[in-house]
Design a protein around this ligand. Sequence first.
Ligand SMILES: N[C@@H](CCC(=O)N[C@@H](CS)C(=O)NCC(=O)O)C(=O)O
Length: 242
Amino acid sequence: MCRGGHSGRVGLFGLFGSGYSGFLQKKNYPNPTRDNRVPGCRVPGYFGSGPFTQRVLLTLEEKRLPYDLKLVNLNNKPEWFLSISPEGKVPIIKLGEKWIPDSDVITQALEEKFPEPSLATPPEKATVGSKIFSTFIGFLKSKDSSDGTEQALLNELTAFNDYLQENGPFINGELISAADLSLAPKLYHLEIALGHYKKWSIPDSLTYVNSYMKTIFSKDSFVNTRAEPKDVIEGWRPKVEG
Ligand SMILES: N[C@@H](CCC(=O)N[C@@H](CS)C(=O)NCC(=O)O)C(=O)O
């Protein structure tokens, strides 16, 4: 069982729920960006980190902030968790004395409190690719192959491909920013879930999207915070079968 504690140096105490498990497997993989406990988000046999939690973890990693991570069983939420997160949602983080829920608010707060290195995305670019996740879920849940959900997703991915061709390699150009850290975990879930449940993959012709994913998925920060593919698959099962 993992218990949170003060991380010391930057006074950051983070607590995230990330999966369906009461037990946490600690991983001792080497990671130069963290100086305290590194639990990872992997709990064999259970749903690992969701994309919103990974987004926050990526932000902490890219800003090289030490943190403690605690996983919460979302199927059986403990009292202490509900007392700090009345909506019962993860991720939630403690910054200073304050508990902050919601990945949008958390990443904004981290940017304000720890501005270097900057991950700020200019407001006009912040929504690039933002419809990919909802169209992915529409297609994943679809039981009718002619209902247009696959095409809707393809349209969004194609628009994103065109955007990257003009403006890439990242959403804000040369440097990775908050918008990428929000989108990449969603693309990771998309790739794994559609590959598994629909035998579907992003067309090779969308070369800019494919290389965008390859670049971000191979970053240390991503590798160290991603969920196991089998946990991603199990996590989406209720949506597919529901
Ligand atoms: N808008 C929120 C969404 C968070 C969210 O939906 N979290 C899900 C897991 S991916 C959750 O905690 N679900 C538990 C529940 O609703 O009972 C964010 O960006 O943080």
